[in-house]
Design a protein around this ligand. Structure first.
Ligand code: G3I
Length: 451
């Protein structure tokens, strides 16, 4: 049984200072950034995506169906408010492989290109699922189905490689009582889920690989425990899994549970990111939307929230009016509550070390922001205390180095750690970084070592 250092009821009552202390601990535990100060000053970003991006490079996204991209009222809100997109149906198996080995990507490509050209990151949904299988797959079983599923994962993940930051590799594989769902995929062998994850990793080594499900929000629920145990087992055995998606459909009779933050924290404790992937709440109550936002902000590895549609009229459960905008595009009270909660969240701010940093020392490197372009931005670095230095810099994922000047700058295998050395052009250098959808994150100095 897992014990909690702070009971959920008490945690909900914690004030801003105590909350900040919890977040500091979580951030350092995750070793996200070596030199980081917490700024409690609330800013007032005016959109969901901009505010989320300021909070540690998080995103606020939405499900998008391709046929809405020609609706100007819809895209006005989409473009203004959101910095992440999940295709609602266009990447599902029946959409991408309607006939075996004939892949169709038109509507999915349309969403990807729309989003990426506007700096929104894209999550792929979904590679392996019991539902929305095309007829040919529904009729398959055994080793033929296993091979067809793996081929689908390989082909689709390869097609979108470099364009999606994460994949829902497997969706909804558990029953409410915690047993595996008895689907045709399950009948190919209990290892079908890990086989799908391994195939996805091979096809797209840079995408975060997620397990995604509904009704895994309540920590004290058999299905939540079953998914938790699977992820822990995968981590223990080296099965490649990077994230867990809580769909969080608080519609159709499901409610926001008081243990929600505990659930996010428990999954994060397994060294995976957590994401709220399909949020909608019956009648959009202000309190529940605010709580979900605050719970995500309180967990450093809760990297983003995606609502399952823009306006109530876009929802798969439109009769429950569960979203943040009315059918005519007006902001609802829940929208104001979410934006206020985001704006009240603590902003992790990267700072240059003021004394000899860990791992070396003898010099100091200071970062200053440079020009921002459409899909990339510049960073300037000034080194003092030595003319012969090594500066190590961390990039926020999934950003990548594009170019550099006045120093030799190399990226490691992950692409996220840069090492800079003098190249005869003095002690001021710079580099350009692709946002890759993460428009909020900025580099941080890890160390400056003289000699
Ligand atoms: O596009 C056809 C249209 O041509 C036809 O006239 C119409 C008649 O029924 O159907 C349209 O397709 C529908 C499609 O949505 C687009 O509207 C499908 O029948 C319908 O099944 C499909 O529903 C989607 C559902 O997944 C299917 O499982 C919803 O839009 C989508 O929001 C929903 O999303 C799921 C997530 O993928 C997984 N988690 C739960 C979530 C909600 O069910």
């Amino acid at each position: 049984m897992i014990s909690h250092s702070v009971p959920p009821a008490r945690r909900a009552r914690l004030g801003g200072g105590a909350r900040a202390a919890l977040i500091v601990g979580a951030l350092s535990a995750a070793s996200i950034v070596a030199a980081m100060a917490l700024q409690n000053t609330a800013t007032a970003a005016s959109t969901l995506g901009a505010s989320a991006a300021e909070r540690g490079g998080r995103y606020y996204g939405t499900a998008v169906p391709a046929n809405k991209l020609s609706d100007g009222a819809y895209t006005t809100i989409l473009n203004r408010e959101f910095n992440q997109v999940t295709p609602e149906n266009e990447m599902k198996i029946d959409a991408t492989e309607p006939n075996q080995n004939q892949f169709t990507y038109g509507p999915a490509d349309q969403i990807v290109s729309y989003a990426r050209s506007r700096g929104m990151r894209v999550k792929g949904h979904t590679l392996a699922w019991h539902s929305q299988q095309p007829g040919w797959m529904q009729q398959m079983s055994g080793s033929a189905l296993r091979s067809a599923m793996l081929n689908h994962v390989r082909q689709v993940a390869t097609h979108f490689r470099g364009q999606v930051f994460a994949w829902d590799v497997v969706n909804e594989a558990f029953e409410e009582n915690g047993s595996r769902r008895n689907s045709n995929l399950q009948q190919t062998g209990n290892d079908w889920i890990e086989a799908a994850f391994r195939e996805a990793r091979t096809a797209d080594p840079n995408a975060k690989l997620c397990y995604n499900d509904y009704n895994i929000d309540n920590w004290n629920y058999a299905k939540t425990q079953a998914v938790f145990n699977m992820v822990r087992d995968f981590k223990n055995r080296g099965v490649p899994i990077d994230c867990v998606g809580l769909q969080s459909h608080f519609t159709g009779g499901s409610n926001y549970p008081s243990s929600y933050r505990t659930t996010l924290q428990q999954f994060a404790s397994l060294n995976v990111d957590v994401q709220i992937t399909e949020l909608d709440i019956r009648n959009a109550p202000v309190d529940a939307y605010r709580n979900v936002t605050n719970d995500c902000l309180a967990v450093s590895r809760c990297t983003g929230i995606t609502v399952w549609g823009v306006r109530d009229s876009d929802s798969w459960r439109s009769s429950e009016n569960p979203l943040l905008f009315t059918g005519s595009g007006a902001k609802k009270p829940a929208y104001d509550a979410v934006l206020a909660a985001l704006n009240n969240g603590v902003i992790p701010t990267a700072t240059a070390p003021t004394s000899s940093p860990p791992g070396g020392g003898g010099c100091t490197a200071s970062i200053s922001a440079g020009t921002v372009f459409g899909d990339r931005y510049n960073t300037n670095v000034a080194v003092s205390g030595s003319n012969n230095w090594t500066v190590v810099i961390a990039l926020p994922s999934p950003q990548r180095l594009q170019s550099n000047w006045n120093a030799t700058v190399t990226a490691d295998g992950s692409g996220l750690v840069l090492t800079a050395r003098p190249n005869g052009n003095g002690n001021n250098f710079g580099f350009t970084t692709y946002f890759n959808g993460n428009t909020g994150g900025r580099p941080t100095i890890r160390s400056c070592t003289a000699g």
